[in-house]
Design a protein around this ligand. Structure first.
Ligand code: PGA
Length: 253
């Protein structure tokens, strides 16, 4: 059975105090529910990792980071290495988010290098793929995600991809309130799964991301190839993030 995950991507939000408060509220809820089979992951900004770590230590919620550098160490001002994240007991790291592909000009090759660096340091990469609004309008969603996943397999190798998590995040759905329909999500996830299958990686969890809310979570989780969610805005409010975790739990297959 594939692992199901609900991951909160806090992006460049929350100073230490509200970050700790949010982590405490989510942890309280997850503990109350007890025995969850959905893996919950929270990815605060680097500046709050240590403090959130203190809240989550020994808990069922995993800590994740939002980025890493592919090099082990060295002259890379402002960057953070996998070893540094592992030192804080991060278990996951998001790589290739479309905001970084756009703002930092990250290429498929660099994203794959980061994924390999993460896995080499025993951290699971959550590799983001997804088409832009224009590509979507041109009906090229399947082509784009296939190209991105193929590039990941080519650069990182099938063995590495088998140990990763993929997040399908259509760029046009991120932060817009316009989530993909369950039909579109399912279709694209099935395409991704087929591409992964060719490399013996069909069991890799594929998360959906892009305007996931309390209202649409259940219908997205009901899709057979959707294994959870990468949640941005709605992960910043404990009540909505917890409700999304619960919706995923209810869809246990
Ligand atoms: P959103 O962001 O849920 O705010 O759309 C998702 C993401 O970018 O990971």
């Amino acid at each position: 059975m594939r692992t199901r995950l609900v991951v909160g991507n806090w992006k460049m939000n929350l100073t230490v105090e509200p970050a700790v408060a949010l982590a405490r509220l989510v942890l309280e809820h997850v503990r109350k529910q007890g025995g969850s089979t959905v893996h919950t992951v929270m990815c605060p900004p680097f500046t709050a990792l240590t403090s959130v770590r203190a809240v989550l230590d020994g808990s069922p919620i995993a800590l994740g980071a939002q980025n890493c550098h592919p090099a082990r160490s060295g002259a890379h001002t402002g960057e953070v290495s996998v070893e540094m994240l592992a030192d804080l007991r991060c278990q996951y790291v998001i790589v290739g988010h479309s905001e970084r592909r756009r703002d930092q000009y990250e290429t498929d090759e660099l994203v794959a290098e980061k994924a390999v660096a993460a896995l080499t340091g025993s951290i699971t990469p959550i590799v983001c793929v997804g088409e832009t609004q224009q590509e979507h309008a041109e009906g090229r969603s399947a082509e784009v995600v296939t190209r991105q996943v193929d590039a990941l397999i080519r650069h990182a190798g099938a063995d590495m991809v088998r140990r990763s998590v993929i997040a399908y995040e259509p760029v046009w759905a991120i932060g817009t309130g316009l989530a993909a329909t369950p039909e579109h999500a399912q279709q694209t996830h099935a395409t991704i799964r087929q591409t992964l299958h060719g490399s013996g990686a069909a069991d890799v969890p594929v998360l959906y991301g892009g305007s996931v809310t309390v209202d649409n979570a259940a219908s997205l989780f009901a899709c057979p190839d959707v294994d959870g969610a990468l949640v941005g805005g709605a992960s910043l409010v404990a009540a909505s993030f917890c409700a999304i975790i619960d919706a995923c739990e209810r869809q246990q297959r």
